[in-house]
Each structure stands twice: as structure tokens, then as C-alpha cells.
Design a protein around this ligand. Structure first.
Ligand SMILES: Cc1cc2nc3c(=O)[nH]c(=O)nc-3n(C[C@H](O)[C@H](O)[C@H](O)COP(=O)(O)O)c2cc1C
Length: 468
């Protein structure tokens, strides 16, 4: 396909919307995130398809592998659309009965559905399960809906329309203004205002500039960035394209650790598709602007997540941080002005451009706007990926969404922000998720790893683990 125009995007959206709105056929949305794959979702997908074929109903049902559903503790997960029926902990032995009951008899198979641990009531619909009901999926808005390997399905969910606006309608100054209004701060840890970083690089006059996506994700317990790249890779590419257009960068890198094979595969596929559609390369959408991307695989050194070490690593050197200034926006990769942002930061950008900075800033606290994705793990019932409005309390995340501590034990503390972060004890459970509030409590927001500990955890051992 030669480069798509805005009208082509509209046509693709129209032609594909039935699939993302589930209006034509029953769709079995099977989670294909790393967590569910590790508990056998690929084999389950094959078994489902075989069972459906053997009953001759393949023309009315699609089996779709999606990105991470988020409720990793309950994998493998299947959601039947458009009814939104949630099935959990599937095994190969369940498949014939599931197909017979759900698809042939049109009866839900109760034994595989979610049972509320308190009321003991079965909650068939995904949206009614507390784990999902308290979340606000903005960055994760396409999870469980699109096939991450389909660029058309991303477009059907308004994908690349923000890039089209940035390329064809808005000036770099307009984009900077929307970013400023949004109040978006970097999700990689330090919370630096995105519009300022972009503005510094925009003002540089160098003919060569770069945009880098930091997908190194080294914090223990963190898997937000991996899941975003696996589930919605085009949203990160689109965010990078908009950043590049703003600062006038021609080239970008996605620095992703080599231990993330599925993320690497899906990002490479997304880059290939975007190139085929002319959404990467020269003269994108007839705008005269060109930008291309490449993946750089990091070897998994924690320090290479630090921005100056990361750039040194791409240059072929040893990943060692250097003092700043000069900041990367002046002298970054190969001494050229460089904008480096985290995966989640970049995945927020298309939504801000599409809906406007004021809209985005309508959610959150005074100084922390929008949503934050957390990887909830440790001594908590509902381990998984959650996205909540900034300002949500830790209590709500751990107890309402996370389902509390298993085994009638007491909550002791939650570790936030990885090795640079800290532990928030039980007395501060009502602390809101907000950059300043969390640092006043002695931790940092960090990139979103949230490790819950119950009364059995020794805090000295915990400190020793992180020191090591
Ligand atoms: C030791 C160290 C490790 C870091 N690791 C990561 C990482 O894995 N991912 C990340 O996005 N940022 C990491 N950072 C922060 C980056 O240096 C940088 O501030 C961030 O990627 C900028 O993106 P943002 O403004 O979108 O947050 C790390 C910082 C330090 C000091």
C-alpha cells in the first residue's frame, strides 16, 4: 500500500469498526499477554478453534488473541463479546464443555466464571467485577478489544488520527500547548513535565534530532511497559511520531530489553505495518514530514534504564550514566538534541491530541493529571495490571481492585518505585496516588511497580534485597 491519506484512515475505520464494536459475530477474546501465555493460552486458542470447527460453527464465531487483559492472576482468560462474559483459569479439558454451553446452548458455564469472594455471588460480566469496575482504562483503552497485530483495528479505535492532526492541522506550538494544558508528566519515574522536555528540544536548531522510547523497565515487579507494548504497540509508535513532529526529529529508537520477546515481536510487526501504510518513512500522509524508527535491544542491565546510560548503550558504549547538564534535550544521542520518554508517557500522547489537553487534565489531582498504570503484585489477591485516575488511594488499589490480602493476614506495607523508591506502611494506606504526596511519604511514584507485603514480610530482608 502506498502512504495512507486522512480519507484512507477514515475508510479503514469504517470498514473495520464492526470488528472492534463486535456487531457482526461472536468474538472469543483470548488474552495473549505474557502471563496468560505462560499458563497455556496459545494451546487453548488452538483447542477452541478446533472445537469450533468440529461443530461447524466457525462462520459465526471468531477466536482472537488480544494483548494483556490485566487480571493476570486469573489466566488464561477468555472474554466473550459482545456479551462481555468473563471466563477464568481455563484448562484444555474445559474447552469442549465451554463451547457446548456458551456457544451452542447459549448458557453461561458458571463454574468458570468469577465468584465474588465476599458475597459469593457469580459476576458474569467483566465490567461488573470489582477488579475492572474501579479502573479507568485510558492508556489501556484497547486491551481486550483489538488484536495487537492488526493496524486496521488500531485505526478503527481512532488510531493514527491524532498523528494525522499533528501532521496536517497543528503546528508544533499547538501541540506543545495541548501537552502543557494536559499536565502530563513523565511516567518513567521522575515525573518531569512532558511539554517542557519537548519544548527544550524544539528550541534547539540542530538539523539532526532524535526521539527515544525507554522500554528498559528494570524495576522488580514492574510489567506495565511490557504489557502496553504487547497489547497496544501502535499507541507508542503514534506517540513517538507526534513527539518527532513537534521537535522535528527524523529518527527514533525504541530501547527494549531483550527479555521481552513478545513485546519485541509485536513492536517490530507494528513498525513494519506502519511503514507499509506510509505512517513511518518519508512524506508521512503527504505532510512533507519524515520519521522512521528502529528497535535497539538492551541486554537487561538495570542502569541502562537511566537515560544517559541508555543513550551511551545505543551508541555502542558501556551503559554508564553521565552527569547532567548538558541535558539530553541539548546533547543527547550522538550529542544531538534528543527527547527520551517512557513507554506509558508516549502511549498517553495520542489521547491528549485527540481529546485535547483540557479534557485530559479533567482527571487527577492538582499537580498529577490523567491516569497511572500499576503492576500490582506480591501478597495481594488480584495480581495484575491496573490503571486508575491519579489521586486514587493506595487502599482503593490494594483492597477494592486488588481484593486485599489473601489468607486473612494483615497488610504491612507496599513497595513503590523500585530500588530508588520506598515502602509505604499501613498507617498511610489512604495516601493518594500523586507524585508529591508519595514523595512526602518517603517513596516515589516510580514507573508503577507496586509490591504488596503482608505481616510475614521482614522489612530488613526487603531492604537487603533491594541493596543487593
Ligand atoms: C537507575 C535508573 C534506572 C531507570 N530505569 C528506567 C526504566 O527502566 N524505564 C524508564 O522509563 N525510566 C527509567 N529511569 C528514568 C529515566 O532516566 C528517564 O528519566 C525517563 O525514562 C524519562 O522518561 P519520562 O520523562 O517519560 O518519564 C531510570 C532512572 C534511573 C536513575
Amino acid at each position: 500500500m502506498s502512504g495512507v491519506s486522512l480519507q484512507d484512515l477514515r475508510n479503514i475505520k469504517e470498514a473495520t469498526r464492526h470488528r472492534v464494536e463486535f456487531t457482526r459475530r461472536t468474538c472469543l477474546m483470548l488474552c495473549g499477554g505474557t502471563g496468560c501465555r505462560s499458563t497455556g493460552s496459545l494451546e487453548i486458542k488452538e483447542a477452541l478453534q478446533e472445537e469450533i470447527n468440529s461443530r461447524g460453527i466457525q462462520d459465526s464465531v471468531d477466536v482472537v488473541e488480544t494483548g494483556c487483559n490485566g487480571f493476570c492472576a486469573r489466566g488464561p482468560i477468555l472474554v466473550v463479546q459482545p456479551q462481555d462474559i468473563f471466563y477464568q483459569n481455563l484448562t484444555l479439558q474445559d474447552i469442549p464443555e465451554l463451547v457446548q454451553e456458551q456457544l451452542v446452548n447459549n448458557n453461561p458455564l458458571l463454574r468458570l466464571q468469577y465468584k465474588d469472594p465476599v458475597s459469593k455471588q457469580i459476576l458474569p460480566r467483566q465490567q461488573d467485577i470489582p477488579f475492572f469496575a474501579h479502573q479507568l482504562p485510558w492508556v489501556l483503552r484497547n486491551k481486550g478489544i483489538i488484536d495487537p497485530e492488526s493496524i486496521d483495528q488500531y485505526i478503527a479505535r481512532d488510531g493514527y488520527f491524532a498523528a494525522a492532526m499533528a501532521l496536517l492541522e497543528l503546528t508544533p506550538e499547538d501541540i506543545l500547548q495541548q501537552m502543557q494544558k494536559s499536565g502530563l508528566r513523565g511516567r518513567g519515574g521522575a515525573g518531569f513535565p512532558v511539554h517542557l522536555k519537548w519544548k527544550f528540544a524544539f528550541k534547539e536548531t540542530s538539523e539532526v534530532k532524535y526521539v527515544i522510547c525507554n522500554a528498559d523497565e528494570g524495576d522488580p515487579g514492574a510489567f506495565m511497559d511490557r504489557s502496553i507494548l504487547e497489547a497496544n504497540p501502535h499507541s507508542v509508535l503514534e506517540g513517538m511520531l507526534i513527539a518527532a513532529r513537534t521537535i522535528n526529529a527524523g529518527k527514533g529508537f525504541i530501547y527494549c530489553r531483550t527479555e521481552y520477546p513478545l513485546a519485541l515481536e509485536r513492536v517490530q510487526m507494528a513498525i513494519d505495518r506502519a511503514r507499509e501504510y506510509g505512517l513511518l518513512g518519508s512524506d508521512i500522509m503527504g505532510s512533507g514530514f519524515g520519521f522512521d524508527l528502529e528497535i535497539y535491544q538492551g541486554a537487561g542491565a538495570f542502569v541502562c534504564g537511566e537515560e544517559t546510560a541508555l543513550m551511551r548503550s545505543i551508541e555502542g558504549g558501556r551503559g554508564m550514566p553521565r552527569p547532567r547538564p548538558p541535558f539530553p534535550t541539548q546533547k543527547g544521542l550522538w550529542d544531538r538534541p534528543t527527547v527520551l520518554n517512557n513507554v506509558e508517557t508516549l502511549a498517553n500522547v495520542p489521547l491528549i491530541i485527540l481529546e485535547g489537553g483540557d479534557w485530559y487534565a479533567g482527571v487527577g489531582t492538582e499537580n498529577s493529571k490523567g491516569t497511572k498504570v500499576f503492576a500490582l503484585s506480591g501478597d495481594v489477591r488480584n495480581i495484575g495490571l491496573v490503571e486508575v485516575p491519579m489521586g486514587t488511594s493506595l487502599r482503593s488499589i490494594i483492597f477494592d481492585i486488588g481484593g486485599g490480602i489473601p489468607g486473612k493476614r494483615d497488610f504491612k506495607a507496599v513497595q513503590l518505585g523500585g530500588p530508588s523508591g520506598g515502602c509505604v506502611p499501613a498507617e498511610q494506606l489512604d495516601l493518594p496516588v500523586d507524585y508529591e504526596a508519595i514523595s512526602r511519604a518517603g517513596a516515589i511514584m516510580g514507573s508503577g511497580g507496586m509490591i504488596v507485603m503482608d505481616q510475614r514480610t521482614c522489612m530488613v530482608d526487603m531492604a537487603r534485597f533491594f541493596m543487593e
